[in-house]
Each structure stands twice: as structure tokens, then as C-alpha cells.
Design a protein around this ligand. Structure first.
Ligand SMILES: [Mg+2]
Length: 228
């Protein structure tokens, strides 16, 4: 059986967190007459965390959390035009083109000769399917898993569903919390490729000496895998 190489999608295959950061800046600008930036950021983050159990990950849940935060921070004085502005911020995110990270297409084409390639991404099913289609990278992958959380139980279920042994499974991603630690805990392999921005929810303390490989770019992945 060919080994499986699984990739996270957001900020591993394509730019994502930059869109959230840009949107959050526009959201701050809208509420700046009422509060300072740090307070707006903190309230939005709290609202997102409180709503994760109801909305899950993704742009639509984020948009609802922006609306809720805007209403809270203005004590319900945000008017219809203000609400419209927040909705438009969310819609603009959904309409953004999906920009693959440099080298992704070539590297995936090369690795597909040796590995079964899989995408494992968390978020809204419709959002993530749309992004994969827009990215133009979809044809490299034989399996796509869109999940609501990326923890040890999720990865264990994926391995079982596809009949994969941990020894034959390697995960590549930008989030230590979601892409690396739960995979290593199962005895499988993981490769960290950090993105220049990390969502606050995904930040974990990095070990001083990392027990997994860390690469600057997906372009370095084929050489690393060849060295194993
Ligand atoms: Mg990611």
C-alpha cells in the first residue's frame, strides 16, 4: 500500500488567516468610535470561542460572531446600515479568490507520484469545498476530509475509516495544535510548516526543541520526505 500524505488546507495550501486579519481590521475601524482596538479584538475573540460549539469553524460563524460583538460593544445601538457593513465584510471574505501558497501545485504533483494525497481541513463543509475547488489544487488529492475538529479522536477515526496504519500516515500543516500534536500522539508522523500569522485559538507554546520537523516552505517537503 502506498503511504498517505495528508495536508491541512487553510494557511498550509493557501492563504487564509491574512483574510481574517484584513477583515478584523475593517471591523475595528467600524467600532473604533466606541472602543479601543485591543478591547474590540478581545470581545470578538471571546464571542467566537463562546459560539464555536454552536456555529463551528468558518466564515459564516465568524460573521455571526462579528454581528453579535458589534451589537454588544454598541449596546445594541448599531443601526441597520452598520449591520449591513458587517454582513458585507463576511460576504467579501466568501467572495475572495483562493490564492495557493507558492510552489504548492508543483510540489503536490511531484509527491502524488509516491504518496496518496489527502486533505484534512476543519470548517464549514460548503466553505471548504468551495475553497478547494477555487484553489485549483483539488485534482491532486484522492481523499478529502472536512471535519469539525482536529483532535486525536478525529485523526484516529480517519485512519480507521481509510484502513491506514500510523506508520503509513504523515500529516503536514501550519498549526501545531491541530495538525501536529494529535497526529504524533497516535504514533504517526507530522511536519510543521508555519504560516506567518496564527489565529489566537490555534496558538500553543512550542517546545524548545521540537520533536517534529519544521520547514520554511512546502517546497522543502519532497527533500525531507526523501531523507526518511
Ligand atoms: Mg491551517
Amino acid at each position: 500500500m502506498r503511504p498517505t500524505l495528508a495536508f491541512d488546507a487553510d494557511d498550509t495550501l493557501w492563504h487564509n488567516e491574512t483574510h481574517y486579519a484584513e477583515t478584523q481590521e475593517a471591523f475595528r475601524a467600524l467600532l473604533r468610535p466606541f472602543h479601543d482596538d485591543a478591547w474590540i479584538d478581545a470581545r470578538l475573540h471571546d464571542t467566537e470561542m463562546r459560539n464555536l460549539g454552536s456555529y463551528g469553524y468558518g466564515i459564516k460563524g465568524f460573521t455571526l460572531s462579528m454581528i453579535e460583538t458589534a451589537l454588544e460593544l454598541t449596546e445594541n445601538r448599531l443601526d441597520g446600515a452598520g449591520l449591513r457593513q458587517v454582513l458585507d465584510l463576511g460576504k467579501a471574505m466568501l467572495d475572495k479568490p483562493v490564492e495557493a501558497l507558492p510552489g504548492t501545485d508543483e510540489v503536490l504533483a511531484e509527491l502524488a507520484r509516491t504518496y496518496d494525497l489527502m486533505v484534512i481541513t476543519k470548517g464549514d463543509l460548503f466553505d471548504q469545498e468551495t475553497k478547494l475547488a477555487k484553489s485549483g489544487l483539488g485534482n491532486h488529492f484522492s481523499k478529502v476530509e472536512i471535519v469539525s475538529e482536529k483532535d486525536e479522536a478525529t485523526y484516529a477515526a480517519i485512519l480507521q475509516r481509510h484502513g491506514l496504519r500510523p506508520a503509513d500516515f504523515t500529516m503536514v500543516g501550519n498549526s501545531v495544535k491541530s495538525d501536529i500534536l494529535p497526529v504524533l500522539a497516535l504514533g504517526a508522523q507530522a511536519v510543521h510548516i508555519p504560516y506567518h500569522l496564527t489565529w489566537a485559538h490555534e496558538v500553543v507554546a512550542s517546545p524548545v526543541e521540537s520533536p517534529y520537523p519544521v520547514l520554511d516552505s512546502i517546497r522543502d517537503l519532497p527533500a525531507l520526505l526523501a531523507s526518511w
